[in-house]
Design a protein around this ligand. Structure first.
Ligand code: FAD
Length: 286
């Protein structure tokens, strides 16, 4: 299907992007990889009169260590997330999530910033940044602010970004020694959006879990932090008994939608099974 007509403008700087956005008085969208904007326009789900290409803005590019965090530029494409050695070392949940995102053709264009700004509830990266306790760097005409991933995802396709603000980077705190990770999802076919997914990290000291951070996706309108499940893990070894307690705690954390084709109880059961699978296979970065 042909796209509705629109004006295409390329911004060379953040200031230019905000100015072009403000001129359009709400009738503009930013364009990064275009792999959600363009299909949604083709399907007539949206018809902005202006697309502002932000893919050439320098501040959105690059993956660098900055003090105690890894800064990942918003324009980092999914395929780069998959291949980048700094991400593999310091933000391994993203490297593990990336192969599950769509297919190579989409991963070659789609960007982590576009993916997080879209906030699809079935998407892998939002759950990964939540589990990693990352901060999202957001820049607008009024300056820059950092938003914790816990506060970024507000509702279905709704984030804490205000009109015209640009998500410029993701800051992942560097992991301590002894951290183990797990990520998996259940999808009807490889590359499809998940029916349910789990991202998990845990710090293990002297064989006991001192801290755990778990999130699930495709279980609600946003990715969900599994607070009760985290508590069930803390202070215990990662043993079959502990894992069973964590699986039981999921019922406190989740209130999945009750879809006639996918009842809530079935989704909860899939989540329990997947959580058990992920916790049984937690491993450190090699
Ligand atoms: C067939 C198909 C299958 C897919 N499967 C999956 C999947 O399994 N899992 C998954 O997670 N995704 C999937 N996707 C989505 C894909 O990962 C997209 O690339 C991603 O969701 C959006 O990234 P993008 O760079 O293409 O963003 P765009 O399409 O360019 O933008 C998406 C939205 O974010 C806004 N935006 C973009 N960048 C910024 C920024 N830096 N700051 C503020 N706002 C911004 C745009 O204005 C727009 O509203 C799939 C897409 C397709 C077409």
């Amino acid at each position: 299907m042909k796209l509705p007509s629109f004006e295409y403008l390329r911004a060379r700087s953040l200031a230019e992007a905000w100015a072009l956005h403000s001129e359009a008085e709400g009738d503009a969208v930013y364009l990064s990889g275009g792999h959600s904007v363009v299909p949604s326009m083709a399907l007539r789900l949206q018809a902005p009169s202006r697309l502002i290409d932000i893919s050439h803005i320098a501040e959105l590019h690059g993956v660098d260590l900055q003090g105690e965090t890894l800064r990942i530029g918003a324009m980092t494409r999914h395929s780069e997330v998959l291949a980048n050695p700094l991400i593999a070392r310091h933000a391994p949940l993203l490297s593990r999530a990336a192969p599950h995102v769509a297919h190579p053709a989409i991963r070659n264009r789609g960007t982590i910033g576009g993916n997080l700004a879209l906030a699809d509830p079935a998407s892998e990266f939002p759950a990964a940044v939540l589990a990693m306790r990352a901060d999202l760097e957001v820049t607008g005409p009024d300056g820059q602010r950092m938003i914790s991933a816990d506060d970024f995802f507000i509702d279905l396709y709704e984030t804490a970004l205000t009109l015209g603000e640009v998500l410029t980077a993701i800051h992942v705190p560097l992991p301590p020694e002894g951290r183990v990770y797990g990520f998996d999802e259940i999808a009807r076919r490889r590359g499809d959006y998940a029916m349910v997914g789990v991202a998990a990290q845990a710090d293990v000291q002297d064989g006991v879990i001192s801290e755990a951070s778990i999130s699930l996706f495709s279980v609600s309108v946003t990715p969900v932090r599994a607070a009760a499940t985290q508590e069930a893990l803390k202070g215990s070894p990662l043993s079959p008994d502990t894992i069973a307690r964590a699986q039981a705690a999921l019922a406190t954390d989740l209130d999945p939608p009750d879809d006639p084709g996918f009842p809530a109880e079935r989704r909860l059961q899939l989540a329990r099974v997947l959580l058990g699978r992920v916790l049984n296979r937690m491993e450190a970065v090699q």
